[in-house]
Design a binder for this molecule. Structure first.
Ligand SMILES: NC(=O)c1ccc[n+]([C@@H]2O[C@H](COP(=O)([O-])OP(=O)(O)OC[C@H]3O[C@@H](n4cnc5c(N)ncnc54)[C@H](O)[C@@H]3O)[C@@H](O)[C@H]2O)c1
Length: 384
């Protein structure tokens, strides 16, 4: 099956259920053309060329996914997108706010997964039992004038509590951290998992897919390319100058003037602020974030299902640079990160080399802040 005929979307084609009605196998509620394009863009980019979608045949395995923070702006949209996945058998929605309504609403969509709701700390453990992928968008979003680091104290505590529960109830699951500041919340999660004795660095991810999605969109617009053809690796971290799009590694190969590189890099780094300011106090990116997170979930599920051709950028424990955590392109497999693609950091332009060096002190400080927070909490817990 070629990438251009995503028969997996048949399951969303209502007409197909009526045998007397002819239904194009590429149909979906996105329309024929856009369904192919959408599916191709959701499926992660591949090195070197083509995606194998064998594993998306009807006989593919099915997995359980939990969203912690499912009643929020990202959580609800993400739940809808994951509900569309043919690889999901059960979708567990957890929040401290009531998620019954979200679950009831979603459960009426005639896609394969069963939707279960879990509200409040007493139901957290059950929401995680038997789950293959846990996505964490719980927390407070950025308001105008706030940096991601301003959110630190609130979200650090939320992530710590939730990851402790993941360690106790789903220690083998892939963990996708969305809650900001990702540069610090991922090191916090790592410390929590270490303390619980279940840390597997190949299964802990900071979700940086939105940076890649934005880079792809902005480059395609600037260079008048087809959106789904463009792939820009984004490395470093997930805040301000720590976000480093490697424009020289753009596929298909394109040339940029120095001014274009500067303009695009700054726009990609500040794209979150563009949304925060446009929403004028009503939160940060939710829809594009949900789209990006759904792409990362789908890639993880394909990897769990045995597809050997899944590549994504993610913020992970890393030896690619001297920093202990670093976002780069990785190959995903059944056991999580199977390989880190070091080639992306070779042959950088002078601009990229300078930007890489410039981001390191800020990223280092954010990592240390996260580790310091977790260790302080541990010490406080030990002295109680
Ligand atoms: N990684 C990224 O690229 C990216 C992009 C945008 C936003 N974010 C971050 O994602 C997070 C969520 O953003 P949002 O716009 O969906 O916010 P939101 O306020 O709309 O939703 C957050 C949800 O988390 C829930 N929540 C709070 N504490 C919880 C807890 N202890 N356990 C379970 N649920 C809890 C809230 O009840 C709410 O439903 C924020 O931290 C935001 O900064 C990350």
């Amino acid at each position: 099956m070629s990438i251009n005929s995503p028969k997996v979307l048949d399951s969303f084609c209502g007409l197909k259920c009526v045998s007397s009605v002819s239904c194009n196998s590429e149909g979906s509620f996105f329309g024929k053309e856009s369904s192919a394009a959408l599916w191709q863009s959701v499926i992660s980019r591949v090195v070197p060329t083509q995606v194998s979608v064998k594993s998306l045949q009807p006989q593919a395995s099915m997995f359980k996914v939990a969203i912690l923070g499912a009643a929020g702006g990202i959580g609800q949209s993400l739940a809808l997108l994951i509900k569309m996945s043919p690889l999901v058998s059960a979708l567990h929605l957890y929040d401290i706010a009531n998620v019954k309504g979200v679950a009831a609403d979603l459960s009426h969509c005639n896609t394969p997964s069963q939707v279960l709701d879990f509200t409040g700390p007493a139901e957290l453990a059950n929401s995680l039992k038997g789950v293959d992928v846990v996505v964490i968008p719980a927390g407070v979003p950025r308001k105008p004038g706030m940096t991601r680091d301003d959110l630190f104290n609130i979200n650090a505590n939320i992530v710590k509590t939730l990851v402790e529960a993941v360690a106790d109830n789903a220690p083998d699951a892939f963990i996708h951290i969305i809650s900001n500041p990702v540069n610090s919340t991922v090191p916090i999660a790592a410390e929590v998992l270490k303390k619980k004795g279940v840390y597997n660095p190949t299964k802990l991810f900071g979700v940086t897919t939105l940076d890649v999605v934005r880079a792809n969109t902005f480059v395609a617009q600037k260079k008048n390319l087809r959106l789904i053809d463009v792939d820009v690796p984004v490395v470093g971290g997930h805040s301000g100058i720590t976000i480093l799009p490697l424009l020289s590694k753009t596929r298909p190969s394109v040339t940029f003037t120095d001014e274009e590189v500067e303009e695009l890099t700054v726009r990609i780094q500040n794209a979150g602020t563009e949304v925060v300011e446009a929403k004028a106090g009503a939160g940060s990116a939710t829809l594009s974030m949900a789209y990006a997170a759904a792409r990362f979930v789908e890639s993880s599920l394909r990897a769990l299902d045995g597809d050997g051709d899944v590549y994504e950028c993610a913020y992970i424990q890393s030896e690619l640079t001297e920093l202990p955590f670093f976002a780069s392109r990785v190959k995903l497999g059944r056991k999580g990160v199977e390989a880190v693609i070091s080639a992306d950091l070779q042959g950088l332009t002078e601009y990229e080399v300078k930007a890489l060096e410039a981001l390191k002190p800020e990223l280092k400080a954010s990592i240390e802040k996260g580790v310091g927070f977790a260790q302080k909490q541990e010490a406080a817990g030990a002295s109680v």
